[in-house]
Design a protein around this ligand. Structure first.
Ligand SMILES: Nc1ncnc2c1ncn2[C@@H]1O[C@H](COP(=O)(O)OP(=O)(O)OP(=O)(O)O)[C@@H](O)[C@H]1O
Length: 273
């Protein structure tokens, strides 16, 4: 069990003046500080996440990729700093989260369809509204499996598809995805990747994606956020601007190849440092 340094340790440090991000910023992170067991993971970390973009978070092992999105999503408490969504706190922001481990993400006692509808029921939506939203989701994800089954009756890819549908059901402003494909086979990875891209093109939902896979991180991204080793800073933010939808052909195009090469170079510099 690790101790977590308590926020009180910083109580006497005056809060720095808040600096807003450039136009188009969705999430502003200022002075973010997080210690684990007395060791800094993030110290006075600033970052702007743009609106209507997919940001892939990439970096050395254990640099804090998951912790970063978990702190922004409110799953891990921060020691100090401020995270705002269009100037609002998390409490006033609708977010969705897709976990790596889909087997533990869905409620096993609920049919898949009820799992997906669950956040809508929490919001107090009427049956008609829930039904309408479910129909939209089924159509946009091109669901071919039986949503009346329980999660354990579905394949891993089907469960992860359902998890993503559930996260998107309430139309979140921001969707967080922590290695959503790492436990899936290649066929399912390709399928879900395409669906996610389609949803993004339709809705423009701001997304933060943690990925261990360089190709996948670049393929889906508008920006690759490269992190350093801990104490973690931004190593570089690399824009990737190839048009969507990106396809298998994209993988051999010059823009993709050069972005991947640049990302790998910086990653290697960081790993060797
Ligand atoms: N609850 C915790 N208590 C103590 N240390 C933690 C805790 N959670 C994470 N850490 C440590 O913080 C660091 C960052 O962890 P995190 O999982 O965010 O990194 P990551 O970059 O996503 O890792 P990986 O590349 O292995 O997926 C690691 O050194 C990890 O051991």
């Amino acid at each position: 069990m690790h101790a977590v340094v308590n926020a009180n340790a910083y109580a006497e440090v005056p809060a720095p003046r808040f600096e807003p991000g450039p136009p188009g910023t969705h999430i502003t992170i200022r002075g973010l500080t997080k210690y684990f067991a007395g060791w800094p993971l993030y110290e006075n970390f600033d970052l702007d996440i743009p609106r209507h973009k997919i940001v892939s978070v990439f970096g050395p092992n254990g640099c804090g990729k998951s912790t970063l999105i978990n702190m922004i999503a409110g799953l891990v408490p921060i020691d100090r700093g401020e995270i705002l969504f269009d100037g609002k706190t998390l409490k006033d922001t609708k977010i969705g989260y897709v976990f790596q481990n889909y087997r533990e993400a869905l409620f096993p006692w609920m049919r898949t369809i009820d799992n997906i509808a669950y956040p809508l029921l929490l919001e107090g939506k009427s049956k008609a509204e829930v039904d309408r939203r479910m129909q939209e989701l089924v159509a946009s994800f091109d669901v071919k499996f039986d949503l009346n089954r329980y999660p354990y009756e579905l394949s891993g890819g089907q469960q992860q598809t359902a998890s993503i549908m559930r996260a998107l059901a309430p139309r979140p402003e921001v969707l967080f995805l922590d290695e959503p494909f790492s436990a899936l086979d290649f066929e399912m990875t390709l399928f879900i990747r395409e669906k996610l891209q389609e949803v993004f093109v339709q809705t423009g939902t701001t997304m933060m994606l943690v990925s261990h896979d360089l190709e996948e991180a670049v393929y889906l991204a508008d920006q690759v956020l490269l992190l350093t080793k801990r104490p973690t800073k931004v190593a570089e933010i690399i824009d990737y601007t190839d048009a969507r939808p990106r396809t298998v052909e994209t993988l051999s195009q010059p823009g993709f190849v050069s972005t991947k090469k640049r990302t790998l170079e910086i990653f290697q510099q960081e790993v060797r440092r």
